[in-house]
Design a protein around this ligand. Structure first.
Ligand code: ADP
Ligand code: MG
Length: 258
């Protein structure tokens, strides 16, 4: 059973500390929602986990399968079984969604076995079709050029498809840059609801408070000002929907003032 273990993570962007000691464990088979108002550091956590160079880790560790992944390159993190949406955020001219996915699968296979010849094309085609059917996606989507002219929703669909074919053990899905938050959350949630099971652990990041309309997380965490200040079950999302974040701001201010 794999788990992603984030320990006392501190991260600075352009010299300013954004994450101020984040602790979080996501295990295979669990769906976690990370919530919190805009600007509290949720995306900073996602970018840091994927190894984006602008995010400077000043303290802390992130363990996965016996390795501190902060010491690994982004592709090594992926080959280990972590899926981080936006690993390939840019449009790649002339590369179809299908070809991109096949390259990603083959890179992962070669990381496990350098002699691997790659997934046979017929097997890949069959698997891709089955996966798209499972996700109720139009097959023509696979022949589109990756991210070229994609709407926010289509980018999300590409990410969900990538997650589905790569079969990661732990996936982190952020809502960033996705246009309408609610559309993105709906697409990600449908994908996660379809794919969730004992082999997949997911961290869904959103600031959308009515998340329970879309997904029922096993755990909910609330981030405020660079820290997770409250964790609970799905009922925490319900409480948030009714009461907003103010009660937490007061609570964490009290805790900080002793
Ligand atoms: P959230 O995802 O919770 O809305 P972010 O992680 O995007 O929050 O942002 C947290 C804080 O870090 C914000 O004040 C934001 O301006 C700052 N920040 C995040 N990324 C960058 C960046 N690449 N350059 C400069 N500031 C950033
Ligand atoms: Mg964000």
């Amino acid at each position: 059973m794999s788990e992603l273990d984030i320990r006392n993570l501190h991260v600075s962007v352009e010299g300013r500390e954004i994450l101020k000691g984040v602790n979080l464990i996501v295990r295979q088979g669990e769906v976690h929602a990370l919530m919190g108002p805009n600007g509290t550091g949720k995306s900073t956590l996602a970018y840091t986990l994927m190894g984006h160079p602008n995010y400077e880790v000043t303290e802390g560790e992130v363990w996965f399968k016996g390795k501190n992944i902060l010491e690994l390159e982004p592709d090594e993190r992926a080959h280990l079984g972590l899926f981080l949406a936006f690993q390939y955020p840019v449009a790649i001219p002339g590369v179809s969604v299908a070809n991109f996915l096949r390259s990603a699968i083959n890179a992962k296979r070669r990381a496990i076995n350098p002699e691997d010849k790659g997934i046979p094309v017929p097997e890949f085609r069959r698997m891709l079709k089955e996966t798209m059917d499972l996700l109720k996606m139009d097959h023509t989507f696979a022949s589109r050029y990756l991210n070229e002219g994609f709407s926010g929703g289509e980018k999300k669909r590409a990410e969900v498809l990538q997650m589905a074919v790569l079969r990661p053990e732990i996936a982190i899905m952020d809502e960033t840059d996705s246009g309408l938050d609610i559309d993105a959350l709906r697409i990600v949630s449908e994908g996660v609801n379809t794919l969730r099971g004992p082999d997949l652990g997911v961290l869904v990041i959103t600031h959308y408070q009515r998340i329970l309309n879309y997904i029922k997380p096993d755990f909910v965490h609330i981030m405020l000002d660079g820290r997770i200040v409250e964790s609970g079950g799905a009922e925490l999302a319900l409480h948030l929907e009714e009461h907003g974040y103010d009660w937490l701001r007061e609570k964490s201010a009290e805790a900080m003032n002793g």
